[in-house]
Write a protein that binds this ligand. Structure first.
Ligand SMILES: Cc1cc2nc3c(=O)[nH]c(=O)nc-3n(C[C@H](O)[C@H](O)[C@H](O)COP(=O)(O)OP(=O)(O)OC[C@H]3O[C@@H](n4cnc5c(N)ncnc54)[C@H](O)[C@@H]3O)c2cc1C
Length: 464
């Protein structure tokens, strides 16, 4: 049904927050999510909700007019699920953080950078990702991988309660003892499926001092470093979080570079000793290496863009990003690594940059039973992500070339993957997405969906 102007005026009158429509000043910036790939989507309205009642009013409005409503926190969804031609429920006005008794109550609109700053004032933190403008809500609801994850687990493993506005407008507080199935589902499958989360409560950790490291190798050593990394990083002591990234930038004949970067929750000498093990395993001396002991907040900031621009300078993602990823439980054989590296330069000419990202798992990520939360991926050893970036204004052909590069890169290693995919890196091309994202937890999630959203108000491609 086409929403009428009086209808929208009625919604406006019922809210503490604001309703932004195509005719409003500020519509262009309000409608766009962080990822340029979804900047073409034009919502009928963006509702900036100040509180849970605003969310309930907006959901009632969406039901009445039969339009889709998509919750948005940080707007970083790789599948564009927080954008819609219906109504965007923007929770960013709810971004307050308060700390008491080791717990942090966090508005669902908070971004990671602001949250870390607020927690740092109490010398506290939570395990979560590095991107400072990523929303804490979207990240937590799909799991939450980060620098402290091998030692302390997923972000959602530290969630102790959440307030949710359900499809029928009820506002519920859930935790282990209240609406337990909803609380279970939110920890790994919560993004957009069950309701709109307005606040989250986390148990916090003392912010550790740690050693930040960054090493690089020329492309000629890439195969040896990848082979060594996949045996070493997922099995290393929990204190170590060492990611590997192979980057190919620009269309000139610049050879790709291999980066090892991350943090060790120990002093510099211990970090160097451990990283030397990788160097020995790879049999390849790095071209460049730095190890710096830092307060945790400074360390986090320095890793954004590999320490390039600094956190405050992070712009919206500069180009259109195409990516695919999978989990692995066993190492890639030499022929798969060779195929992957041979394919890396192939997108030259079409893509601004191509990247292979290897994220270590194991440690505390795997010490929670697969059925304890909706996040099922507890036995995975590492994650490989294939990323191509093209210009924000790229032609259809160029976007097609990027998509093809990513698809073919994934195909090089897919036979050795576990078949599981991180729910926070959604891939609209997945055929068996239910198994890939949720595995053995899928049936229970479907039952929770029937309980909490029986009329399927929250629906999108690959929704439960
Ligand atoms: C630059 C960048 C860096 C990243 N770094 C990491 C990282 O270090 N670790 C990691 O684990 N992941 C990382 N990710 C992936 C990230 O976790 C997901 O993209 C996540 O979904 C982003 O959350 P968001 O709130 O920013 O996004 P949004 O697009 O706002 O939301 C993502 C999904 O959650 C839903 N949602 C949003 N808010 C709510 C709410 N309040 N209630 C219910 N559903 C809601 C949306 O509808 C959508 O389906 C990164 C992504 C990017 C683009």
């Amino acid at each position: 049904m086409r929403i009428s102007a009086p209808g929208l005026a009625g919604l406006r009158g019922a809210l503490a927050g604001t309703v932004i429509v195509p005719e409003s000043a500020g519509y262009e910036s309000a409608r766009k999510p962080a990822l340029a790939r979804f900047h073409h989507i034009r919502p009928r309205a963006i509702v900036r909700c100040e509180n849970a009642d605003d969310v309930a009013e907006t959901l009632a409005f969406a039901r009445r007019w039969g339009v889709r409503a998509a919750p948005r926190s940080g707007g970083h969804c790789f599948a564009g699920r927080s954008s819609t031609e219906g109504i965007v429920i923007d929770v960013t006005p709810m971004h307050a953080v308060s700390v008491s008794g080791g717990m942090a109550a966090v508005g669902a609109g908070a971004r990671l950078g602001d949250l870390y700053d607020a927690l740092q004032q109490h010398d506290l933190t939570i395990p979560a990702g590095c991107g400072p403008t990523v929303g804490i809500a979207g990240l937590t609801l799909g799991g939450g991988l980060g620098l402290l994850g091998r030692k302390h687990g997923l972000t959602c493993d530290h969630l102790v309660a959440a307030r949710v506005v359900l499809a029928d407008g009820r506002v519920v507080d859930c935790d282990e003892h209240h609406h337990g199935e909803l609380f279970w589902a939110l920890r790994g499958a919560g993004g957009g499926h069950f309701g709109v989360v307005t606040s989250l409560v986390f148990s916090t950790l003392r912010a550790p001092a740690a050693t930040r490291f960054h090493l690089t190798w020329p492309h000629s050593h890439a195969a040896a470093v990848i082979a060594a990394w996949q045996a070493w990083a997922p099995a290393a002591p929990d204190e170590l979080n060492a990611s590997l990234r192979v980057t190919a930038v620009g269309d000139a004949d610049r050879p790709p570079v291999v980066h090892l970067f991350g943090a060790m929750l120990a002093d510099q000498a211990e970090a160097v000793e451990l990283i030397d093990q990788l160097v020995a395993l790879a049999g390849a001396e790095p071209a460049w290496a730095s190890h710096t002991h830092l307060p945790y907040r400074d360390l986090k900031r320095s890793l954004v863009g590999l320490g390039g621009d600094g956190e405050d300078a992070e712009p919206d993602w500069p180009g259109q990003v195409f990516s695919k990823s999978e989990f692995f439980r066993r190492p890639l054989p030499p022929e798969a690594i060779t195929a992957l590296l041979r394919h890396l330069p192939r997108g030259r000419g079409a893509c601004q940059s191509r990247e292979l990202n290897f994220t270590p798992l194991g440690g505390a990520y795997g010490r929670v039973p697969a059925a304890a939360t909706a996040y099922v991926h507890r036995d995975e050893r590492f994650l490989v992500e294939h990323v191509a970036v093209v210009d924000a204004e790229a032609s259809t052909a160029t976007r097609g070339a990027a998509r093809q590069w990513v698809t073919q890169s994934r195909a090089c290693v897919h036979p050795w993957a576990s078949g599981r995919v991180y729910p926070n890196f959604p891939d609209p091309d997945l055929a068996d997405w239910a198994q890939a994202y949720y595995g053995t937890n899928y049936e229970r999630l479907v039952r929770a969906k029937r309980t909490y959203d029986p009329h399927n108000l929250f629906r999108f491609e690959q929704s439960l």
